[in-house]
Design a protein around this ligand. Structure first.
Ligand code: FES
Ligand code: FES
Length: 160
């Protein structure tokens, strides 16, 4: 069956089973491998993408649910890696192994598009479902604040 989806601004026709997880279609059919597989059970957030601007766990989202909609992955977040979050991530050296980071950034991007100047509590709540085995949470919070123009205690957070 053909599923039509707008992916990172480009209309795509995918000849796939509509029950296939969106993550599989992104990674295995479209070679968009920035989105990661962590748990496959909506528990870790590594596979987070935007579906019509909302965060979804692509490992448990059937590709058919994205039919006629817009999907944005980390590859499409900005034309050349210049999204304020991506710049802040680089400035503060956020990643360790990097595996969780695309999901973290996509979740943070959805937060900032909804709430441009989030409070600490809103950041905590929004990112609560995105796990990082390397424990980069302090730098993630600092980078979100920097991208939002809320420098605050970024220097202190960076050292954690
Ligand atoms: S791989 Fe989807 S939430 Fe973990
Ligand atoms: S940077 Fe390694 S899992 Fe988050």
């Amino acid at each position: 069956m053909t599923v039509r989806i707008r992916i990172n601004g480009v209309e795509r026709e995918l000849d796939v089973d509509p029950e296939m997880p969106l993550l599989w279609a992104l990674r295995d059919v479209l070679a968009l491998t920035g989105t990661k597989y962590g748990c496959g059970q909506a528990l870790c957030g590594a596979c987070t993408v935007h579906l019509d601007g909302q965060v979804v766990r692509s490992c448990v989202t059937p590709v058919g649910r994205a039919a006629g909609k817009a999907v944005t992955t980390i590859e499409g977040l900005s034309p050349d890696g210049n999204h304020p979050l991506q710049k802040a991530w680089v400035n503060l050296g956020v990643p360790q192994c990097g595996f969780c980071q695309a999901g973290q950034i996509m979740t943070a991007a959805a937060l900032l598009s909804r709430i441009p100047k989030p409070t600490d509590a809103q950041i905590e709540q929004s990112l609560a479902g995105n796990l990082c085995r390397c424990g980069t949470y302090g730098r993630i919070r600092a980078a979100i604040k920097q991208a939002a123009g809320l420098e605050g205690d970024a220097g202190e957070e960076k050292s954690r």
